[in-house]
Design a protein around this ligand. Sequence first.
Ligand SMILES: *[C@@H]1O[C@H](CO)[C@@H](O)[C@H](O)[C@H]1NC(C)=O
Length: 221
Amino acid sequence: MLEKVLLLLCLSSALAQELCVPDASDGYKVRLSIKSALGDNAYVWNENEMFLFRSILAFAMRSHFTGQHFDISNIIVCDETPRVSFWFVVTSPTNSSVLIEKGEVELAVRQSRFRINSAFLLTDQTLEFLGIPPTLATPFNPDTPPWLIVFGVVIGAVGAGIIALLVSSVVQKKRKKNEKTEEDAVYEEAQVNTMENGTVHESRNGVYNISFSDDERLTHM
Ligand SMILES: *[C@@H]1O[C@H](CO)[C@@H](O)[C@H](O)[C@H]1NC(C)=O
């Protein structure tokens, strides 16, 4: 059983070696300049870093081909040199003996370029994919400059204020008009009452006052 597994492992690594060779037609050479990029903060390139590279490339491939489950086993690396450079190829997740076309790998790398650079704290110049031109668009470049956003917010606030003022003045005018007509109505009613009874006290208030004075009279007695 163990022998079989070992044989399989050897076979697969031999196969991988066959697929990934320097100057492979579907491969890319990667060159990192960690020391020149980070100086004293430079990290040592080791197996873990290579694991991260393969993972993030699998991530880039997944992002490019939605629904295809690329794994780190699909990213085959070869010809690694200590002053860090290496070649890599990408195999298909459905058939590990089929390589993904160079053009597709390029698109995937370009699409996730910023994420790849961020993972290694490097830039397009210090993490080179030879043959893949640097992405032109810088990731943190908002289309609208900040001052324009502030300007827009201020103008918007002023506009909202003006509209609120206009609306409130119109509402107040309408209310005043309504009050006037109500006052007129009350005045006319009072006039009618006066004409009928010969006394102004017969308005609603007057009636209340009379009953109140009646009560007072009762309490006095
Ligand atoms: C994988 O691809 C190779 C080459 O095209 C082909 O010979 C093989 O049958 C394929 N394997 C599977 C499982 O499809």
